[in-house]
Design a protein around this ligand. Structure first.
Ligand code: SF4
Ligand code: SF4
Length: 479
């Protein structure tokens, strides 16, 4: 019974009721709109500077070109991706996949060390929501209190005008973001054509701009913080990525508790928290950081600024809420490079080495060679056999190639069908059809491996393989 008594005792000391409800849902299950107090302070100024830097990068990058191609392009419809000037085609997808994998491992490593720093400082959702759309609210609708009162007020001309203005600005901003976003997919040149040429010529493009605009509008006008708290998979992964060593926005409960209302002379045995709720009122996800690390916290630092302001006003040291780890707060243990971090670092290093090696050894001209389907072989006179092939080539470079195809591992010749020149323009695809003709006496098996070389100015730039079908060993299976 002693153990049970202890459990009951501990439970009565810790108020866990915050776990029973979402801060963004009312008791009767409706959306509880958050009207956070406008943040101000040192950390907010740093974040504003980072946001301006991010906006510059986001809006300028589509216009930056390297050797005439965009710095970044994610052309999903055509399966073409450009990362920092490197073009990735479907054939390179394993490199692209490895880069994505490395990015995920990096995020896991970074999150394990520094928590949700990414969300608060560089995630486009937070940056646009908190540093742009939320600013519109403060300018058009007023302070957090005024916003709340307006939301609850009966409809009037003033309310209609303010909301129309607010959503009008939201729509324009969403339209600009949607166009920029689309330029990362199709490139600025294509986007410019969609914008300047008649709609009838770009119905799909206009539809895409409209859909993206409506999606961004919906996200920033209605979904808002729900993206971070309930939708974003990265946010949901925090519970497995974080541990007690992770540096997060944290409340120093050792110093802050027991919290008591402010008195000029601080009573003996009381903590530094004066239970003023400034940290809660400023939180864009509506949580109380004093309850400990929570999934909803996007590490936006607004509560740090708010609490620092209160600490300054009450003559107490700043940093009651700060970037820190649970271990440091509880036991004074400083940041440690744990086994988990070492593991992530090792995996990341291997991935980066693999990516660099693959990029260095990547062929400029790649392709696939396939025997024409539905055809076996042709007899050429009395002493030769031919097979017909289809060659598809892709030029990943910014230079045109005049190519020559030569036999590599067999005696015989290659006879191109139609145009004898294989020319491939920069970043384009080309195809060729040709016969491989081999002397009958060299055909010892029904199915043989043949290798062709792709040459440019007499220099081998790639080799491709396929099978050659012959008339012997007829009992074998066909391909
Ligand atoms: S708890 Fe603090 S850091 Fe976390 S989301 Fe709220 S205000 Fe931002
Ligand atoms: S702002 Fe600081 S003092 Fe005020 S309730 Fe939050 S932690 Fe306590």
């Amino acid at each position: 019974m002693k153990d049970t008594d202890e459990i009951i005792d501990i439970r009565s000391l810790v108020d866990e009721s915050f776990r029973d409800h979402l801060s963004t849902v009312t008791k009767d299950g409706k959306r509880n709109w958050i009207f956070p107090v406008k943040p101000k302070g040192k950390w907010f100024r740093y974040r504003a500077a980072v946001a301006i830097f991010f906006y510059a990068i986001f809006f300028i990058t589509p216009f930056i070109k390297v050797h005439g191609r965009p710095l970044l392009l994610f052309n999903f419809p055509e399966g073409k991706f450009i990362l920092f000037g490197f073009v990735f085609w479907p054939q390179d997808f394993f490199i692209f996949g490895l880069i994505m994998l490395a990015a995920i491992v990096f995020i896991a490593l970074f999150t394990n060390a520094f928590g949700r720093l990414f969300c608060g400082w560089v995630c486009p959702q937070t940056i646009f929501m908190e540093m742009l759309f939320r600013r519109v609210d403060y300018i058009v609708l007023g302070s957090a209190k005024e916003q709340r009162l307006l939301a609850r007020a009966e409809w009037s001309a003033k309310k209609a005008w303010k909301y129309t203005l607010r959503y009008g600005i939201y729509f324009i901003l969403s339209f600009i973001i949607a166009n920029t976003f689309l330029s990362y997919i199709i490139g600025v040149d294509e986007l410019w054509k969609i914008v300047t040429e008649p709609i009838s010529m770009h119905v799909g493009g206009f539809a895409a701009i409209l859909i993206f605009t409506l999606v961004f509008f919906g996200v920033y006008a209605y979904v808002r913080e729900q993206v971070c708290t309930n939708i974003c998979p990265y946010g949901r992964l925090q519970s497995v990525l974080l541990d007690k060593n992770s540096v997060v926005v944290a409340y120093d409960y050792k110093r802050g508790e027991p919290r008591t209302k402010y008195k000029k002379v601080q009573a003996e045995g009381t903590g530094d928290c004066i239970d003023c709720y400034a940290c809660v009122n400023v939180c864009p996800t509506g949580i109380d950081i004093r309850n400990g690390t929570q999934l909803e916290c996007v590490n936006c630092t607004a509560c740090i600024d708010a609490c620092n302001f209160i600490m300054e006003k009450t003559g107490r040291p700043q940093g009651l809420i700060r970037y820190d780890s649970e271990n440091n707060i509880a036991e004074g243990k400083k940041f440690k490079f744990t086994g988990k971090l070492k593991g992530y670092t090792a995996i990341l290093a291997v991935l980066i080495i693999a990516i660099v090696a693959l990029l260095i050894t990547r062929e400029n001209v790649d392709g696939t060679l396939m025997r024409t389907s539905g055809m076996l072989y042709q007899e050429r006179g009395t002493d030769s056999i031919s097979n017909l092939y289809n060659l598809k080539l892709i030029n990943k470079s910014i230079k045109a190639f005049n190519l020559e195809i030569r036999p590599e591992n067999f005696n015989g010749r290659i006879e191109l069908v139609g145009n004898p020149n294989v020319r491939i323009e920069p970043e384009k695809q080309a195809s060729a059809t040709f016969f491989i003709i081999k002397p009958s006496k060299e055909i010892t098996e029904r199915k043989q491996k043949v290798k062709i070389g792709i040459y440019e100015n007499g220099k081998l730039i790639n080799t491709l393989s396929s099978t050659f079908m012959g008339p012997v060993n007829r009992g074998d299976d066909d391909e």
